[in-house]
Design a protein around this ligand. Structure first.
Ligand code: ISJ
Length: 360
């Protein structure tokens, strides 16, 4: 059984075992810099004050081809509850809009999320849920992390998902980021679907939500990268369930010693999952939602040469150690002109990634 997997359109990584476990990023970064281990894999939490789930695996395999598995059957699941209830999420969005509309408040964007809790009729094997997500995604995106390194509370639990959002990839001296922010649901009717995409591309509110992310990422990258190419207009990205505004940012690392993990830590949490300004948004989220765990964190790998790839930890779920309980979370960026009911609908559309992989 892999303890880590990251599937992408052009390659996939599987890692096995846990040679050494790290619950702090500094400890993991140190072994990469002193080259005592060749690979680090795992997950960063949303809140960097919480434990990380990083390991030096005993085996790391990277194949330069797309993984296109068949979809295995899964046990059935039933919805057991919501955290918070949908009407409480709407209330929180309303409260956020009031703060965001106050000219004296520093906060201009905050990402609010909610969780659906499901119970399976029999244990779900982590790799089976991963395989279903990868099989269903047009980009073969998928992630799986054994979270045991984060401490007793996480022993045997897994984060499993299909994130479309590249936080950062470093290969050689080249750095690529592809932030997403600004969303619309896909529609089954092709004409309605095209319209949804076109309206998103033309939406001033979504362009604004997106610009907060690109600006923050460009500012975080500037000290670390030269030749930063930051397009001024976002493009459209699609997943099976969502349209997003996306911007591909490319740069060159100034210092060869900068690793993909260093870059991920410098960028995370972006305003795509937290908000603007970061500290105010984080405070708002912790006060309203509590601990997000590894939802809206980052998942990836890094080698001792500094190469690696980190995805934003979204469109994912935490699977309990007994394989029976699934907590799937999704959020959306709120700005002063957001509509609470549309924001609730947006989280429902984003939750479709996990719910449809569970056959719902
Ligand atoms: C926070 C999530 O998604 C993020 C928020 C988006 C938005 O607010 O439009 C879009 C893509 C992601 O960066 C999520 O899927 O849970």
């Amino acid at each position: 059984m892999p303890t880590f997997a990251l599937s992408r359109p052009t390659d996939h990584v599987f890692a096995y075992g846990a040679g050494v476990r790290f619950n702090t990023i500094d400890a993991a970064a140190a072994v990469l810099h002193n080259r005592s281990h060749e690979y680090i894999v795992g997950a960063l939490p949303f809140d960097l004050d919480s434990p990380a789930a990083l390991t030096a695996p005993t085996r790391f395999v990277r194949r330069p081809v797309r993984w296109q598995p068949d979809s295995p059957p899964l046990p059935t699941t039933a919805i057991k509850g919501f955290d918070p209830q949908p009407d409480e999420h709407v209330r929180r969005v309303d409260a956020a809009i009031r703060v965001l509309s106050d000219p004296r408040a520093a906060l201009v964007k905050v990402v609010l999320a909610r969780t659906v809790i499901l119970r399976a009729s029999a244990a779900i094997a982590p790799v089976d849920l991963l395989t279903r997500l990868v099989a269903a995604d047009q980009g073969s995106n998928g992630l799986l992390v054994d979270l045991s390194s984060a401490g007793p509370h996480y022993t045997g639990t897994h984060l499993i998902g299909s994130s479309p959002e590249l936080l950062v990839r470093k290969s050689g001296s080249t750095v690529v980021c592809h932030p997403l922010a600004g969303s619309a649901p896909r529609a089954s009717d092709p004409a309605a679907d095209r319209t949804n995409g076109q309206m998103l591309a033309a939406s001033a509110k979504d362009q604004r939500e997106h610009a907060f992310v690109v600006d923050a990422m460009a500012a975080a990258l500037a000290p670390l990268c030269s030749d930063l190419d930051v397009p001024t207009t976002p493009g459209l990205t699609q997943t099976p369930n969502m349209w997003h505004l996306g911007t591909r940012i490319v740069g060159t690392v100034r210092e060869p010693a900068t690793t993909a993990l260093d870059l991920a830590v410098a960028l995370h949490p972006t305003p795509a999952v937290c908000g603007t300004p970061t500290a105010d948004a984080r405070e708002f989220i912790l006060a309203n939602e509590g601990d997000r765990g590894f939802y809206a964190g980052a998942v990836g790998w890094c080698d001792s040469a500094g190469d690696g790839e980190w995805m934003v930890g979204i469109r994912c779920a935490e699977l309990s150690a007994d394989g029976l309980t699934i907590r799937a979370s999704a959020g959306g960026g709120i700005v002063s002109d957001s509509d609470p009911q549309l924001e609730l609908a947006e989280t429902s559309a984003k939750l479709r990634t996990i719910l449809s992989a569970l056959g719902r």
